[in-house]
Design a protein around this ligand. Sequence first.
Ligand code: ADP
Ligand code: UDP
Length: 237
Amino acid sequence: MQKLEQLYEGKAKKVFKTDDPELYIVDYKDDATAFNGQKKGQISGKGVINNRMSNFLMTIMEKAGVPTHFVKELSDRETLVKKVSIVPLEVIVRNVAAGSFSKHYGVEEGTKLLNPTLEFSLKDDALDDPLINEYHITALGVATRQELDRITEMTFKVNEVLKAYFVGVGIELIDFKIEFGKTSDGQIILADEISPDTCRLWDIETRQKLDKDRFRRDMGNVEDAYNEVFARLGLKA
Ligand code: ADP
Ligand code: UDP
């Protein structure tokens, strides 16, 4: 598969065209950002880990009946994916209070929620990814009611499958962010990535953080945490 012109360079990945108009190549970087790009750094080896891990987890989602953009891993940092038009929403599920939820609602981090929650943020760096509700989303034409229903159904399925899978390797899925896109034939599929950049993952026993919060909060051992999740999933670089 031929890697053609670069379409986009984001905070964590680059996206390239290919000679197939329906396929893109995603290239994972070691760059890390937080607080909407205000904090910048590098997590050595992160690109390799996130590429492999995301592909592994996307494959699990496919098997569970959630269609994804994953096509084929091309190298340690590059993956062939289905081209989609991204629905500009960050779709966030929370099982346990943490981060912005704890702050907004004054709930101690680590408090188990009585049911998983769902929230949407508008994917717009210039506006600082504001929270947006379902009426706003349909009113602005960001997604239709039908698309939102499909996104919601797929998102809770992702939560159930991902949560159960992580429990099996001694990890608690606290919360995560996913993105969806629309293929040229109008199908909504899971896109972007699932990794310690986009999930909060805590050791079940010690409740030690094994995710990007170690970078956001200058906790140290960032690489070790990413490597630990990678190893627990049985993955090898
Ligand atoms: P950001 O844009 O937030 O800085 P990244 O560095 O991860 O994020 O950049 C990857 C970009 O590619 C994101 O904007 C994401 O929405 C987009 N993307 C992910 N998967 C696909 C896909 N299958 N087709 C088109 N765009 C995608
Ligand atoms: N998240 C993400 N990208 C974002 C914002 C959030 O991947 O731009 C993930 C984050 O890693 C966490 C979840 O979404 O797993 C909820 O994040 P929260 O709203 O608590 O935001 P934060 O505390 O990171 O500001």
